[in-house]
Design a protein around this ligand. Sequence first.
Ligand SMILES: [Zn+2]
Length: 494
Amino acid sequence: MSRFYITNAIAYVNGDPHLGHALEFVQTDVLARHRRVRGDDVRYLSGTDENALKNVHAAAAAGLGAAEFVADRSAIFAGLREPLALSYDDFIRTSADPRHRPGVERLWRACAEAGDLELRSYTGRYCGGCEAFLDDADLVDGVCPEHGTAPEPVEERNWFFRLSRHAGALAAAIESGELDITPEHRRNEVLAVLRGGLADFSVSRPRERAGGWGIPVPDDPTQVIYVWFDALANYVTALGYGNGGAAHTRWWRDADERVHLVGKGITRFHALYWPAILRSAGEPLPTRILVHDYVTVDGRKISKSLGGAADPADLAARYGADALRWWVVRDVPRSGDADFREEQVARRANELADGLGNLVSRTVSLAARGEADGPTRNWHSPGVSIARVADPGLAAVIDSVPGKVDAALARFDLRAAADAVWGAVEEANRFVSARRPWELHGDARAAVVADALAACAAIAAEIAPFLPGGAERIAAALESGDPGAARRLFPKVA
Ligand SMILES: [Zn+2]
């Protein structure tokens, strides 16, 4: 049994939840649920990033205090738990959670004691959207590629983190695989940044520029801690790092795997800045950074102008969590941006109804009718265990699914994992159609129905990390043997 700690990036609260969030949350949730199904000890952390300066401006524009504004906004993100069927174990709010500030302060002091924090006068070009100073190498045609705006010249005194001191150790950790970055081309990008030389980075800003929002620098009240140092710390502050809690030892220091799932725009912060901060503080590094690409909607980058077109809660309300999650795992490639079109979710909803729903529905109906005939076994009595598939051809496909799912998810390929499960659904449907149990009698019929039931049960178990709600309904239909329930597993969409 492995002890597995996984996080998604805490969400900025000043925008609305969109499909990019749904993608990241569902991917993280699938990996967490898969490891739970396999018997690993799992903790999944989510949360919201609330100490950014832009929240102060957004709150003022909305006529609210910053604390009230971020609390309202955070609730919207936390509220995705039900519609997306998320299973996070913990949700941290960086401005309000009492665990966060002591943890950030402890992390700061640890880095200071290691000699990695220095007060310097600094002139640079600052992107307000990124809340980061950008170098020439970060700009495309003079503008920030994430925000499309030119960074503004800023001169001020800041505390700096001496990232450059850690370059050799970071390169060694990444090259040895101690810190894995997946997919491979993202790892290569990070190594290229390392070879280009690492610049020390600012970890504080003057208190007045922060509008009094954020965590003050320990022992220097003229400065507040810059949002990246503050935000990255959430992965350990949520474990009670600030108070030396047992969860910190259990889920960070002694965990077998510490995994961060992030979007491609923040790879550098997670693969270089964060491991360097941890190293400075004497903490173990993450073991893996999993990087996803972005979602476009009808060919356009997600932005506020798209309005609710990509609202995950709305899509889940109309198509169901299963269909939306199935879109994430079936239509989003392992690398490369995914273009979302609403008809794709409808298509995935119908795929579930026609493929998996139909398989379970006709299998349960056959079992129920078999019982009415008299001589066959009472399949749906509670407590009747469903055996392994006996037919060698069907068994070979069904039995190969767990290994294929494990291998695909280990390389962060959710699409290949879902393909493996779906291959079993198709094979089971072919098996039932070819054997025509409705034309058979007695033991011959019972054997086919038993195999179909066994295949449905095995598929429900393997599809559970992807479709937790659907898998539960399948298990309940198999248990009750109610053909009506089996017909209502996955609604068709017109
Ligand atoms: Zn930017």
